[in-house]
Design a binder for this molecule. Structure first.
Ligand code: G6P
Length: 481
């Protein structure tokens, strides 16, 4: 039976966070992510619903409205949080899709939980979607949902967007359930990826794992009356205008000056902001900084590194290990090089609000993005959006999706520590003229390709592809009307 909503977003997380009020009641506050910002206007205009997990185990709250969007919470038991979220999503798929930086676990019990939870999301989406509605499924946690949904509701127009990389077949092939994942995704009409290379990897996996005719991002499904699925790149972005404006607010500019002062007014401030995740190359960055101090090319007092590491997935084994390694390294660097007056690395294991982040970006002469593999890396784009003063230098790993677009950043290979060190020194010494020229070009790119444009281009492409290539769905809608 069809529901009421013309646009249904399905994501592992709801777009709101639960807030405990002082009087003991709970309310919901919009979470800071870009996806929510991008989709909010479309969702409000089109009668949108969002299906997602509220972030804690146990029975789900009843559906509710927040910020003009219908939120439909999915419940996960404590065991499902372990097996579906921490296990298969973040212990299997996350490392597998990020170049196996750490070893993925292939546990059958995790897979079973992934299948069961994906069914639950598909069921909820099927209940909410109106006849002929558009359903947009997000990310690696829900790759089986498109197929499960199509089985229930052939009338729908189904899109999927993969926010993380899609690996080369030689790596993807390790997954015991690779064929089921491909089949799950192919339930969609349009599958979006960050980079053209990800879309190509997927198309190739369709050929190799499923023996399907797949060329130039078109996959033909003869078993489904020749239904054609499209795979293409749609690089995600940020709300450029909102951050640009926030960073121009007087209180934010004053806070940026205050941060520099609190750091002891060093000549150079370097900044890293990441989820505490092994894909981000935080240890490589610290190693380069430590060696620069050791070589005397950079001195504590003259330079300070601020590393914000947002707590993430704290019960997953590799994240516990990474935190220990980062903290030991920071302790060693500071123990060796800091003085009573000056600290080398300011390590902050917290998350910060938008204002403080904008102030940090403004306070930083050099932004270090040293990811070993990253679907996009929105922090790089945020730094650019905040620098309305056209100052600051972005050092960017070539292994991020952002590197495909941000050609005016200083590119690095984070594994090449000598190269990274030289690039940091170059960034610190860059003339304001050159930095300004590069920043202007970066700002043009991100300003023109913001997250609103990303969402609109995906949804337009989905509508177009669905109309042209899905005879079954057209027939289903006709039949029911
Ligand atoms: C990445 C993923 C998202 C995920 C986010 C935070 O950006 O692509 O799907 O929501 O990390 O991770 P978490 O496990 O806390 O949801």
């Amino acid at each position: 039976m069809a529901g009421d909503y013309d646009l249904v977003v399905v994501a592992n997380r709801l777009p709101v966070d639960r807030v405990e009020e002082p009087d003991g009641s709970t309310s919901w506050r919009r979470s800071p992510g870009g996806l929510v910002t991008a989709l909010e206007p479309v969702m409000q205009r089109e009668d949108g619903a969002w299906v997602g997990w509220a972030g804690t185990p146990g029975d789900p709250p009843e559906p509710f409205d927040a910020e003009g969007v219908r939120c439909v919470p999915i419940g996960l038991s404590a065991e499902e949080v372990q097996d579906y979220y921490e296990g298969f999503s973040n212990g299997t798929l996350w490392p597998l899709y990020h170049d196996v930086i750490v070893a993925p676990g292939y546990h059958r019990s995790w897979w079973e939980a992934y299948v069961a939870v994906n069914e639950r999301f598909a069921e909820a989406a099927a209940e909410q979607a109106a006849e002929g509605a558009t359903v947009w499924v997000q990310d690696y946690q829900l790759q089986l949902v498109p197929r499960m949904l199509r089985r229930r509701r052939p009338d729908l127009s189904i899109g999927f967007f993969n926010h993380i990389p899609f690996p080369p077949f030689e790596i993807f092939a390790q997954l015991p359930w690779r064929a089921a994942i491909i089949d799950g995704l192919l339930g969609a009409d349009l599958i979006g990826f960050q980079r053209a290379a990800d879309a190509n990897n997927f198309t190739r996996a369709c050929r190799r794992a499923r023996n399907l005719p797949a060329r130039a991002g078109r996959i033909r499904l003869d078993a489904e009356d020749g239904r054609e699925v499209r795979a293409a790149s749609f690089p995600i972005s940020i709300d450029f205008q909102a951050l640009d404006q926030l960073a121009q607010r007087e209180d934010v500019i004053a806070r940026a000056a205050e941060i520099r002062h609190e750091l002891g007014d060093p000549e150079h401030v370097l900044l890293g902001i990441d989820r505490l995740d092994y894909t981000k190359g935080i240890l490589h960055r610290l190693k380069a900084f430590e060696e620069l101090l050791d070589d005397g090319r950079v001195q504590v007092g003259e330079a300070a590194l601020v590393q914000v590491a947002t707590p993430s997935r704290e019960r997953v084994e590799q994240y516990v290990q990474l935190r220990q390694d980062v903290e030991v390294t920071v302790g060693r660097i500071n123990g060796t090089y800091s003085t009573i007056a000056h600290t080398g690395v300011h390590y902050l294991h917290h998350s910060y609000g938008r204002e403080e982040m904008a102030a940090l970006f403004l306070a930083a002469d050099v932004m270090l993005v040293t990811a070993l593999r990253d679907g996009m890396n929105l922090v790089a784009k945020e730094y650019v959006a905040a620098r309305h003063d056209e100052r600051g230098v972005l050092v960017l790993s070539e292994f991020t999706g952002a590197a495909d677009e941000l050609g005016q950043a200083l590119m690095i290979n984070p594994h090449d520590i000598d190269g990274l060190k030289d690039t940091i020194v170059r960034a610190l010494a860059m003339s304001p003229r050159e930095a300004g020229r590069r920043m202007r070009a970066l700002r043009r790119r991100v300003g023109d390709h913001d997250v609103q444009r990303w969402a609109a281009s995906f949804l337009d492409a989905l509508a177009q592809h669905h109309d042209e290539h899905n005879p079954q769905a057209a027939a289903a809608v006709e039949h029911s009307s």
